[in-house]
Design a protein around this ligand. Structure first.
Ligand SMILES: Cc1cc2nc3c(=O)[nH]c(=O)nc-3n(C[C@H](O)[C@H](O)[C@H](O)COP(=O)(O)O)c2cc1C
Length: 186
């Protein structure tokens, strides 16, 4: 099989983020032939503004769209804020979703996972994200669902994933994403 590149986007800006730590773990756990690149431009994406969503959008937006287009798939790692997707991540997805029906995310293979220190592993945020990808018409991996609950118990003080069950689930998700990427779009 040909080598594939996956763009990893964490929805947290926090240096000590569990979700970014989970994304770093995914980079290490990627199957042979898959490279996971970390997107680090989230902080630079301006608030969505239809008036600047023109042929020449703000450069950070153009860069995001370019990087999504160039990647074979996208791995979103979302925290949960107030039972939903953090505004900074939703904002970036809103930009990336335009123009509707022809965006960098349309038909793009995408996978989702999330972490929280609480008992639910960002499940509600992940479901909200799934809804967005239905409208966007991305090629979304449905299973496995990776809900990293009690995240504080699964990483060491350096943000390294130590939990083998979580590592196995992340591997399964990446395998499923690779399968979606390698399956021709209908
Ligand atoms: C504004 C805000 C809202 C939050 N809402 C929720 C929530 O609805 N459910 C939840 O499980 N945790 C919630 N949390 C806690 C986050 O899960 C926790 O801060 C987590 O560590 C954020 O992800 P990160 O570590 O990747 O930054 C919230 C945190 C913030 C700052």
């Amino acid at each position: 099989m040909t080598d594939i590149t996956v763009l990893g986007i964490s929805g947290s800006l926090r240096a000590g983020s569990f979700n970014t730590a989970l994304l770093r773990a995914a980079r290490q756990l990627a199957p042979a032939g898959m490279t996971v690149e970390l997107y680090e431009g989230l902080r630079d994406i301006p608030p969505y503004d239809g008036d600047t969503d023109t042929e020449t959008p703000p450069e950070p937006v153009a860069d995001l769209r370019r990087r999504i287009s160039q990647a074979d798939g996208v791995l979103f790692v979302t925290p949960e804020y107030n039972y939903s997707v953090p505004g900074v991540l939703k904002n970036a997805i809103d930009w990336a979703s335009r123009p509707a029906g022809h965006s960098s995310l349309t038909h793009k293979p995408v996978a989702i996972m999330g972490a929280s220190p609480g008992n639910f592993g960002a499940v509600r945020a992940q479901l909200a994200l799934r809804q967005s990808f239905v409208w966007i018409n991305a090629r979304m991996v449905v299973q496995p669902e990776v809900m990293v609950f009690k995240a504080g118990e699964r990483f060491d003080e350096h943000g390294t994933l130590t939990d083998t069950t979580t590592a196995a689930l992340v591997r399964k998700l990446l395998d499923a994403l690779a399968t979606t990427i390698h399956t021709p779009a209908p």
